[in-house]
Design a protein around this ligand. Structure first.
Ligand code: SF4
Ligand code: MG
Length: 336
């Protein structure tokens, strides 16, 4: 499969009064045609900065691209300015956010908002644009689309507004859709419907999707590949089987432990991972998860574990399983 997006060693910092916050400390991944890649992590893990960094939505300053490359269909877009990005947005890549109300225009009819991108990026006639708008509203499951196209966002429920956002995003058949917590604001039933819709669109249109979420459960059905992020870096990557049935990183174990059980009626309280992520102004020299990890060893405090491969496409950065952990440990012990 062709690569739609390649991200190579992306590093992004924010300048603050307290110092430079290293929000993204090196992330590399690619997204192939038709693939759904999920980026999972707690808030502050860098998953949203990654998606906004790719879309160039971060104001610079205070954001700074420290290093790395972003390629869309092989073309380096790392240095693209706002105007160049505007051209790509909507046509080649599109984004949907957690709260559609912040991105929808409250004073413009929904049909017109969907038509805008089509006017901007295509040469379709007025009639063709209108029928495409109706087609899109139908595709995202909005009933009575002819009537609905003439209504304003506030006349839609939260779930329906998110469907409108998806229709806007997909209007020009982008190669890549970035969905940042697209269902977090919705109740569980609607959440499932929206995810099902995105899954269906991915199947039918072949649009690749980057799904950003804090919830591993959300990715269970849809994702072809999963990137677990912690403190600005991936700590584990793999397919669904790797992550759900053979996870290697204690942080992934923690996220899985925080999932609601579906196989039991017992309402157990969700476990969350205790402790807080490290300060990214001065990240620890060893493993960033060490202060919260039940398995932390001496080596973890001294050396940041490198990504290690555990199977095709399954990587994790943790000393627990690392073949060289013992050597490092011996070296450290000798020094003391
Ligand atoms: Fe825990 Fe050490 Fe693995 Fe980090 S490297 S996750 S501290 S065992
Ligand atoms: Mg799929």
């Amino acid at each position: 499969n062709k690569k739609v997006l390649e991200v190579e060693d992306l590093r992004i910092s924010f300048d603050t009064y307290a110092g430079e916050v290293q929000a993204i400390r090196g992330i590399s991944f690619d997204v192939k045609e038709g693939e759904v890649v999920a980026i999972v992590g707690e808030s502050g893990s860098g998953k949203s900065v990654t998606s906004q960094g790719i879309m160039k939505l971060l104001p610079t300053p205070p954001a700074r691209y420290k290093s790395g490359a972003i390629r869309l269909e092989g073309k380096d877009i790392t240095g693209y300015n706002r105007k160049q990005m505007e051209k790509l947005k909507g046509s080649k890549m599109a984004m949907i956010f957690q709260d559609p109300m912040t991105s929808l225009n409250p004073t413009m009819k929904v049909g017109r908002q969907i038509a805008e991108g089509l006017k901007k990026h295509t040469n379709l006639s007025k009639d063709k644009i209108h029928s495409r708008v109706i087609e899109l509203l139908t595709m995202v499951g909005i009933p009575d689309p002819d009537d609905r196209a003439n209504r304003y966002p506030h006349e839609f429920s939260g779930g329906m507004r998110q469907r409108v956002m998806i229709a806007i995003a997909l209007a020009c058949e982008p190669k890549l859709l970035i969905a940042d917590e697209p269902t977090t604001a919705l109740d569980v039933t609607i959440q499932a419907q929206i995810l099902k819709l995105m899954d269906k669109l991915n199947e039918e249109t072949g649009t690749s999707i980057i799904l950003i979420t804090h919830d591993l459960g959300v990715v269970a059905k849809m994702a072809d590949r999963i990137i677990v992020m912690y403190a600005g870096k991936p700590v584990e990557t793999g397919n669904k089987h790797d992550i759900f049935y053979n996870p290697k990183h204690p942080y992934t174990w923690g996220l899985l432990g925080a999932l609601p059980r579906v196989d039991t009626d017992k309402k157990e309280p969700l476990k969350s991972i205790s402790g807080t992520p490290p300060d990214l102004i001065s990240p620890p020299k060893g493993c960033a998860f060490a202060n919260r990890c039940e398995h932390a060893m001496e080596v973890c405090l001294e050396h940041d574990p490198a990504m290690q491969e555990y199977g095709e496409g399954h990587t994790a950065a943790c000393w627990l399983h690392h073949p060289n952990a013992k050597e490092y440990l011996d070296q450290i012990m000798e020094k003391h």
